[in-house]
Ligand binder design. Structure first.
Ligand code: CAO
Length: 565
């Protein structure tokens, strides 16, 4: 059996790349083409495969080492007797085999712009080797943003690798032509950038692959091809939630090069961050969430936990510090019966991450109460009868929004947000309402509800709920809420524990009203009772204030004339 050196193959223009993952260890059996290490430049990362099958005898690189073409990665005891005629460096390079020079193909103007004027430049998907129909998993820039040359625009991912596609021009991003989930191929239009300097002034090297270069085709505007890139590491298994008892692994979790760069800058241990992106990918938001949790002391990094446990005597059993949770149970459900796996809709994944953060970071308490809405319901039914022709239907939720505005005015801390040591009291009343849609939970917002009547609120609610169900809500429709109501009244149930919609500090949950026998001092009377569940942030609100808020809300719902007092 021959001992052979496996070297870094031709990796194009990437000369000093950093080893960021060791995918094998001495003693491991590897197949030909199996990835051995992951290396990363400041733009991209790629896996280096083995040119032969065999057993790893010695690793010649460590995490953090810089390597270049020809560097020895490891010594392999080759499985076959075949003489190592082809040097390992000639082994098939990771796809794309040899990254195309990263110098951007200069845009060719269809109609030269006057010198100094901004010219629209199309940025297209460059040569990405063998990868077809890669999925856009992140859009990293928004129209209007100032883009630097080589700044990453989107991240795309195949089933094996992910890569960021940079801009070949500097300027202002005029349009982004792809969205998360789109499939793209070489030559597809990604974005239009208003180039800072006229593209025609730049020297024009020949495009790397004419077939792929849309510059050859007549275009109404300047065309550019983004520099080609090498792939990033294949997805690692989703990382479990922060868990100090899990030993760190040699392989890094799934994250794009830019997220890794930010993590390095912040000193965030990526292997402790739970990824909420596709396939458990760690996004910039996950990094921010993790950093916030560490800063607020809700979680500790393993390093901090280890340091603390060295410095302090062992905590008594049951101590909650550091959230010493068990790992998430891994169950092979198929052992117990037939199962079906479904991808979770994007909205559900986003709301799950937000709800989880809010539940963990906010000390919730929920007060339950009942409001007598017998008279209000009679008034609602009458109003709907009188307004039958207008087409606007008034539901209890519209009255609840008005009643909540009155209660928020009386108890301003419920209409606030925490900002460090300060409380931000809002002098506006934008009320969010949870809407159940086929895509998942969404929270459109009725802006300035204090200035609107019940009919207008009903109309706006109907419009927003329709937009939500049609998946047409804009970010503006969903932002700015200062308090939220979650009504399950149309569905059923008695009480529940709504999760606060951070950075708000309270949320009202409402269930279905029912006729109840209520003691009026001399007899039981049938009254229509509405169950209220108010969750509040105990850092901001005290239990007594919450009880008063609910009691006041009940009084208003019982007799709306109290709003005038
Ligand atoms: N008690 C009794 N009946 C009620 C009621 C209550 N509290 N609230 C509403 N109803 C009735 C309405 O009057 C209407 O009756 P009719 O059809 O006879 O006129 C029916 O229930 C349906 O109402 P609705 O749900 O269409 O209207 P709404 O204004 O109450 O709610 C919306 C609108 C968008 C909030 C609702 O459709 C929705 O999506 N609710 C779910 C919210 C949710 O998922 N919350 C949980 C979040 S936490 O996971």
């Amino acid at each position: 059996m021959a001992l052979i050196d496996i070297q870094v193959p031709d990796i194009g223009d990437f000369d000093q790349v950093t080893v960021i993952e060791l995918l094998v260890k001495p003693g491991d059996s590897v197949k030909a083409e199996q990835s051995l290490i992951t290396v990363e430049s400041d733009k991209a990362s790629m896996e280096i495969p083995s040119s032969r099958a065999g057993v790893v005898r010695e690793l010649r690189v460590a995490l953090g080492d810089k390597v270049a073409q020809g560097s020895v990665v490891l010594v392999l005891e080759a499985a076959d007797a075949q003489p190592d005629t082809a040097p390992a460096a000639a082994a098939p390079a990771p796809a794309p085999a040899a990254p195309v020079p990263s110098a951007p193909v200069a845009p060719t103007p269809a109609a030269p712009a006057p010198a100094g004027a901004a010219a629209p430049v199309e940025v297209r998907v460059p040569d990405i080797g063998d990868f077809k129909d890669v999925t856009v998993i992140e859009v990293l820039v928004q129209p209007g943003a100032n883009i630097k040359l080589e700044q990453s625009l989107v991240t795309v991912e195949s089933d094996k690798a992910s890569m960021e596609i940079p801009s070949s021009v500097a300027g202002v991003l005029q349009e982004i032509r792809v969205k998360v989930g789109d499939k793209v191929n070489i030559g597809d239009l990604l974005a239009v950038v208003l180039a800072a300097a006229p593209a025609a002034a730049a020297p024009v090297p020949a495009p790397a692959a004419p077939a792929a270069s849309p510059a050859a085709a007549p275009q109404p505007s300047v065309v550019a091809e983004a520099p080609a890139l090498a792939p990033a590491p294949a997805a690692a298994a989703p990382v479990p939630a922060h868990n100090p008892v899990v030993a760190p692994s040699a392989s890094l979790p799934h994250a794009s090069p830019s997220v890794r760069r930010i993590a390095r800058l912040l000193g965030v241990p990526l292997e402790e961050v739970r990824g909420t992106g596709p396939k458990g990918r760690i996004t910039e938001l996950d990094l921010q969430g993790f950093t916030r949790s560490v800063m607020s002391g809700v979680v500790q990094t393993r390093a901090a936990a280890a340091a603390a446990s060295k410095a302090a005597p062992a905590a008594p059993a049951g101590d909650g510090g550091g959230l010493g949770l068990l790992p998430w149970p891994k169950v092979d459900f198929a052992k117990f019966g037939p199962v079906e796996r479904q991808d979770r809709p994007r909205i559900k994944k986003i709301s799950a991450a937000n709800l989880h953060r809010n539940w963990v970071l906010i000390p919730h308490v929920t007060n339950h109460d009942d409001a007598d809405i017998t008279d209000l319901e009679a008034f609602r039914v009458l109003t709907n009868k009188e307004n039958e022709k207008s087409g606007v239907k008034v539901t209890m939720l519209a009255f609840l929004i008005k009643a909540c505005v009155a209660a928020l005015r009386r108890f301003p801390e419920f209409n606030s947000s925490l900002d460090g040591d300060q409380l931000v009291l809002k002098r506006y009343y934008h009320i969010g309402f949870a809407a159940d849609t086929p895509q998942g939970l969404m929270v459109p917002v009725i802006k300035d509800a204090d200035t609107k009547g019940v009919l207008q609120i009903s109309q706006e609610m109907a419009d927003l709920a329709k937009k939500a169900r049609d998946g047409k809500l804009s970010p503006g429709d969903m932002s700015g809420a200062s308090f939220t109501i979650s009504s399950l009244g149309g569905i059923g149930g008695r009480y529940f524990t709504p999760i606060i919609n951070a950075p708000e500090v309270a949320i009202l949950g409402v269930c279905r009203s029912t006729m109840q026998p209520v003691w009026n001092g001399s007899v039981f009377e049938p009254r229509l009772m509405l169950p209220l569940s108010l969750s509040w942030d105990h850092r901001v609100i005290d239990g007594a204030a919450a009880a008063r808020f609910n009691a006041y809300l009940g009084q208003i719902l019982g007799d709306f004339r109290r709003v005038l007092l």
